[in-house]
Design a protein around this ligand. Structure first.
Ligand SMILES: [Zn+2]
Ligand SMILES: [Zn+2]
Length: 318
């Protein structure tokens, strides 16, 4: 999961950028967006190469359009919801198409396929939960985010800040998720809450967010705790949400490609790692982390997975 963001209502659409550089440019708005970039460099300091500078300029022009036409409340709630839905459903489509068409079947981790009914049930339930759980959470959590320092004004933060904050969110989310997920695998919680997510022993992209509403709230907490602690820029928050959605959809895709992120990102779990968690009995599955592999290694909950991997390696060598 994924969550979300928000901040309150006091911020009006008209309460436009408070930074000096933007104020000085406001008379140019909106017809001369293209002239903004050189003044409001995303990097903040130092010269940029031409392509990066141009991309940053476009980004800041687009951001200026958003904060001029929408209030921060609208962006942090409905805007976040729209981005989440777009990224989630678009990124989840390929694996469902591959499963139905048989394309890339040699990279499919499990031989089994889901039925059409099972795929449809997952999608319909997701739409219901997204509207009835995720969206209200985004709206209700907005005041908290505002209180913790969420901002949306220009200039956008330097990339060094954006990327270091997002790396911190990934590490913290993985840690919280690991322990929460282990808890969800205790008998009572598994039976009454987490078994919903495990209805799909052969996962596909959309199943990443298919869970009991109580689990959606927990996962949402793990996702927003990092941003809530650091009071980020809304841009950083959106980028974090997009990367987290792509990561969990990939982990549930059911396909392990030669170009999968786990092939080149050190310590990254990915589809093979999480698929094992879904296909093994819940008391024995292990692999509880969401993103990385080191928590399961440190606490010895990846022994079954490692044993299977080494057996597979031995099999290949024979
Ligand atoms: Zn689980
Ligand atoms: Zn899962």
């Amino acid at each position: 999961m994924h969550q979300h963001v928000a901040g309150p209502s006091s911020h009006e659409a008209s309460s436009f950028p408070d930074s000096l550089s933007i104020q000085s440019l406001s008379p140019l708005f909106p017809s001369t967006f293209s002239s903004l970039p050189s003044t409001i460099s995303l990097s903040g300091t130092g010269p940029l190469t031409a392509p990066i500078s141009m991309a940053s300029s476009l980004l800041e022009s687009g951001w200026l359009y958003l904060i001029t036409n929408f209030s921060e409340f609208q962006l942090a709630t409905v805007g976040t919801f729209i981005i989440h839905e777009s990224v989630f459903f678009l990124s989840g489509l390929p694996s469902i198409y591959f499963e139905r068409s048989g394309l890339f079947s040699k990279y499919k981790i499990q031989k089994k396929n889901n039925t059409l009914d099972a795929q449809e049930k997952c999608i319909l339930r997701l739409i219901l939960y997204h509207v009835c759980v995720n969206l209200p959470v985004m709206i209700l959590s907005y005041p908290t985010f505002r209180y913790m320092g969420l901002k949306s004004s220009l200039p956008l933060p330097p990339w060094s800040v954006v990327l270091s904050q997002i790396l911190f969110y990934f590490i913290l989310e993985d840690f919280v998720f690991y322990w929460g997920h282990r808890l969800l695998h205790t008998k009572w919680l598994y039976k009454h809450v987490h078994s919903v997510h495990h209805e799909y022993a052969t996962p596909f992209g959309f199943t990443s967010e298919y869970a009991h509403p109580a689990e959606i709230l927990f996962l949402g907490f793990a996702t927003i705790i990092g941003p809530a602690l650091t009071g980020p820029h809304l841009f950083t928050l959106w980028l974090w949400m997009v990367l987290r959605v792509l990561e969990t959809v990939e982990a549930h895709s059911g396909y392990h490609f030669p170009w999968s992120p786990s092939k080149f990102l050190p310590l990254y779990g990915g589809a093979e790692f999480h698929d094992y968690h879904h296909r093994v009995l819940y008391t024995k599955s292990g692999n509880y982390s969401s993103t990385f592999i080191y928590m399961d290694w440190l606490f010895g909950t990846d022994k079954g997975y490692r044993k299977l991997k080494s057996l597979e390696e031995e099999g290949k060598q024979l």
